[in-house]
Design a protein. Structure first.
Length: 225
């Protein structure tokens, strides 16, 4: 199969990572988790006492952060940080580092380099994030805007964090975080999440009432594979 890119964008907790991973498995492709790279930088800053309000320090920190990904794990500087990236402190910090222009420019450069190398080797690359189709792969074979109602996305994140067994955070807190993140993602001055995805050529897919299999079926039908 000739290599090509599929770009999946959308708001937080819409299921982009899960669907991209399943799609990569189905197509024997590579899941490029762009959001995890920003989360790694946020985690690095948190663990090293770097203020994310100090943009110069965050940009400098990025020169010391390197990423690697497998089907099941994300590595930062050789350490498996998959579980750490799910921490609420990372979730609330990542919008601040992702809004820095120099950070986004460097990330897009790295992400595109990783993806193009895979494509040149004949792989299908499924990239997901906030600007996968607008900045990283504007020439992607397929562009998907995956979304869901805020309440559904908050419930998914709540369950991922242990649900009622997690005494540290409530569903209402996660819903508030989700809505705040949506506002920040769509209103930031640098590469905001598009509010009119159809105009950018996306296939808009609301998976609020779909399970993973049904979502994948719709994508594959559109892709005609």
């Amino acid at each position: 199969m000739t290599g090509f890119a599929i770009a999946i964008d959308g708001p937080v907790a819409a299921g982009k990572g899960t669907i991209a991973g399943l799609l990569a498995h189905h197509l024997h492709g590579f899941h490029l988790n762009t959001g995890a790279m920003y989360r790694c930088l946020a985690l690095f800053c948190l663990e090293n006492g770097i203020s994310v309000s100090d943009q110069k320090a965050v940009v400098e920190a990025l020169t010391h952060v390197w990423f690697d990904m497998t089907d099941d794990a994300v590595f930062m500087n050789g350490e498996d940080v998959t579980e750490k990236l799910k921490q609420r402190s990372v979730t609330t910090t990542v919008p601040k580092v992702a809004a820095i222009r120099e950070v986004r420019e460097e990330m897009v450069k790295r992400q595109r380099e990783i993806g193009l190398k895979k494509i040149e080797n004949g792989n299908v690359v499924i990239a997901e994030g906030r600007d996968a189709a607008t900045k990283i792969f504007p020439d992607a074979k397929m562009k998907i805007f995956l979304t869901a109602r805020p309440e559904i996305r908050a419930q998914r994140r709540f369950e991922q964090m242990g649900g009622k067994h997690n005494a540290t955070i409530s569903y209402d807190q996660i819903l508030a975080d989700t809505k705040e993140r949506d506002y920040k993602d769509t209103h930031r001055t640098v590469d905001p999440l598009v509010s009119d995805p159809e105009e950018y050529g996306y296939m808009v897919l609301d998976d609020s009432d779909l399970n993973e299999e049904e979502t994948i079926e719709k994508v594959l039908k559109e892709l005609s594979l």
